[in-house]
Design a protein around this ligand. Structure first.
Ligand code: PGA
Length: 243
């Protein structure tokens, strides 16, 4: 069984004052027997170094450096103290036109910098309703995971786009189907696929975390809104520890 992962994605939220939430989390979860990852805005990565949690970036550039105003390289994130980075989040795919090819290049840059990549995939509502979810997943898996991926440098996050920030969650059967499908596809390509973590994201809350974590092949969660407050994220971490 892979070691479970509770990941918080703060997105474009968080000022220095919000770091008190991490102190509250630390009081309860400093010695958690699951991995806890916080992806704050990049401006706060350096300031999170005193926490016992893993810290991650939310995106990186594919290049190691150069004339890319406003971007951050994977090396810079690592230098600031990150050990993880999200790649291919649907908000990056939508807001910044990121393609699977770009995401594979960013993920490779993450590996080269020694970071663990959390590669995000997931279908839109139109794709779900059109019955093409598994095809979309196949295309994203094939296009965005570099050949160097293994269970130590890669986590796959299944995040249905229509579930992100909407309060809508797939049924447990739907989650089981997609996670089982992802596991099978990884097994075709990677010898250590059973040890690769596949986490679910999209409207995970204290109220639904335990049932989501009971689903086969769900090795944790990528949590947006409910990761901003310790009062919400803490019961999710506890549910994962008890799963
Ligand atoms: P949400 O976001 O938990 O607010 O739905 C999840 C994500 O986008 O990673």
């Amino acid at each position: 069984m892979p070691r479970k992962l509770a990941a918080g994605n703060w997105k474009m939220n968080g000022l220095r004052a919000n770091l008190t939430e991490l102190i509250k989390l630390e009081e309860k979860h400093a010695d958690a027997d699951v991995d806890i990852l916080i992806c704050p805005p990049a401006t706060l990565i350096d300031r999170c170094q005193d926490t016992p949690f893993d810290i991650g970036g939310q995106d990186c550039h594919a290049a190691i450096g150069g004339a890319h105003t406003g971007d951050l390289s994977a090396d810079m994130l690592a230098d600031a103290g990150a050990s993880y980075v999200l790649t291919g989040h649907s908000e990056r795919r939508t807001d910044h036109g990121e393609t699977d090819e770009m995401i594979a290049a960013k993920t490779q840059a993450a590996y080269d910098a020694g970071l663990i990549a959390v590669i995000c995939i997931g279908e839109t509502l139109a794709e779900r309703e059109g019955g093409t979810t598994l095809d979309v997943i196949d295309t994203q898996l094939a296009g965005s995971i570099p050949d160097e991926a293994d269970n130590e440098n890669t986590v796959i996050a299944y995040e249905p786009v229509w579930a992100i920030g909407t309060g809508k969650v797939p049924t447990l059967d739907q989650i089981a189907e997609v996670h089982g499908h992802i596991r099978a596809r990884l097994q075709q390509r990677f010898s250590d696929a059973n040890e690769m973590r596949i986490i679910y994201g999209g409207s995970v809350k204290p109220s639904n975390a335990a049932e989501i974590f009971s689903v086969a092949n769900v090795d944790g969660a990528l949590v947006g809104g409910a990761s901003l407050k310790a009062a919400d994220f803490s019961p999710i971490i506890t549910a994962l520890e008890n799963a």
